[in-house]
Design a protein around this ligand. Structure first.
Ligand code: T4K
Length: 403
């Protein structure tokens, strides 16, 4: 097979396919008038933070949506993870996948807990339960599963291992608001789960997160810890931090929640358009979503087998960038290859062959309400031509449209 690189394919002299840059993670925004009305309300009542009415309403709506008893809104998911890990009493070592955003590992390391990286299942890219047990040592106190890209990890198997080995089970559900596992909504699994409502997420509150749990004890601790440990006006019961969500963030979160069906429809339509547009291209495999589960279709992840596609992931990335498609290499190179983990555990990669392979092959493509199925069709044509080594230049030079 002839190897090609981006220099053969990138557009020279012609206009890029898109006049504007298409990003992975452009926020889903809707209900502008309603948001501005809420913004006016909060200014008028001069209640801008510290569990005001919007935050309380947001917590109650999120708890309902996820089918859990407790929801504690936070300023972001990273702080929410840190607080939850502390509230659940984790220490020593905690097992998690390396194939995640580095915040998952940082939330442990920040509290001087050693993240022990586990390889992922090659089919789902989520933590491989079959490999978890070999990593358990006398210092292990918990497992931190990650629901990746709008798909749940293997909750059932992890729950069984945690129960049998007496470990605490938490989930990073940053990508999984609105998703289910075994027909049950993400939120109530393990001791607690954490959502992200960052701007780039399916449902956004600008910055934001939430701890959701059915465990009264954890909920109580998290609530105190995210407010400096205050349990009364002049009474502090735990070491705490400032993890509070602001009223303006909750106003955005509530508005986003009212428009969630629109976000879901856009993501689903885009994913279907990708599936159709990339169908049959050799060496590419697109993330699949299980039709029996709820999903937010939040990430469109692609795996590129260079030997079959004839183009390497990074070369394809360059082609897409040249066409104004800001695809991303989430989560290259894997948390274990980032500092401080890379220095602390220089040989971790030896136990992570699947993660290492995916890290060199995975690409995330733009979706969300800022991207239309027609945009997707055009992105797919770029990919198709790049893989086939087709004549990109003339098409671009005649007005930026591939068809
Ligand atoms: N666990 C997991 C599994 C996570 O993925 C994350 C976060 C967390 C935990 C922690 O959650 P938070 O503490 O953030 O709540 C972005 C996000 O900042 C991060 O929230 C997210 N995961 C991660 C996957 O993506 P970057 O460094 O890639 O962000 P950045 O600034 O490059 O933005 C991504 C793209 O989004 C840009 O190309 C442009 C677009 N964008 C972004 C923002 C903020 C916009 O169009 N508008 C915007 O306002 O991390």
């Amino acid at each position: 097979m002839v190897k090609r690189d981006a220099s053969d394919l990138a557009i020279r002299g012609g206009r890029p396919a898109f006049d504007r840059r298409l990003h992975v993670g452009e926020p889903n925004i809707a209900g502008e008038a309603r948001f501005l009305e809420r913004a006016r309300d909060l200014l008028q009542r001069r209640r801008v933070t510290n569990r005001g009415p919007f935050v309380r309403e947001f917590e109650s709506r999120i708890a309902d949506y996820a089918g859990v008893r407790h929801c504690i809104a936070t300023c972001n998911a990273t702080i929410a993870l840190e607080i939850t890990i502390r509230a659940a009493g984790l220490s020593g070592e905690v097992i998690l996948p390396s194939w995640t955003f580095v915040a998952t590992a940082h939330a442990l390391q920040w509290q001087e807990i050693t993240p022990v990286f586990c390889d992922v299942d090659p089919r789902t890219y989520t933590i491989d339960p079959a490999r978890v047990e070999a990593l358990i040592t006398p210092r292990t106190t918990g497992i931190l599963g990650v629901h990746l890209w709008g798909r749940a990890c293997n909750v059932e198997a992890l729950t069984e291992i945690a129960r049998r080995r007496g470990l605490t089970l938490l989930f990073d559900a940053a990508h999984a608001f609105g998703c289910s596992s075994g027909g049950r909504m993400i939120g109530g699994f393990g001791e607690a789960e954490v959502f992200s409502f960052h701007a780039t997420k399916f449902l956004n509150s600008f910055e934001g997160g939430a701890v959701v749990t059915d465990d009264e004890r954890i909920a109580k601790k998290v609530r105190l810890m995210k407010n400096f440990g205050f349990s009364g006006r002049d009474r502090v019961t735990y070491i705490g931090t400032n993890g509070k969500m602001s009223e303006i963030a909750a106003a955005m979160g509530l508005t986003s929640l009212e428009n969630i069906d629109e976000f879901l429809a856009a993501n689903r339509a885009n994913w279907r358009a990708y599936r159709e547009g990339l169908d049959g291209i050799r060496g590419l495999s697109l993330i699949e979503y299980d039709g029996r589960e709820h999903s937010n279709f939040q990430y469109v992840a692609l795996e590129i087998d260079e030997n079959r596609a004839g183009i390497a992931r990074d070369a394809l990335l360059e082609v897409l960038h040249a066409e104004n498609v800001e695809a991303r290499r989430y989560f290259y190179p894997g948390a274990h290859r980032m500092e401080p983990y890379r220095s602390h555990q220089p040989h971790a990669g030896l136990l992570l062959p699947v993660t290492e392979r995916i890290a060199s092959r995975s690409l995330s493509l733009p979706t969300g309400t800022a991207v239309s199925p027609a945009d997707v069709e055009q992105i797919c044509q770029i990919v198709r031509l790049a893989v086939a080594g087709g004549p990109l230049v003339p098409a671009m030079a005649t007005g930026g449209c591939l068809s």
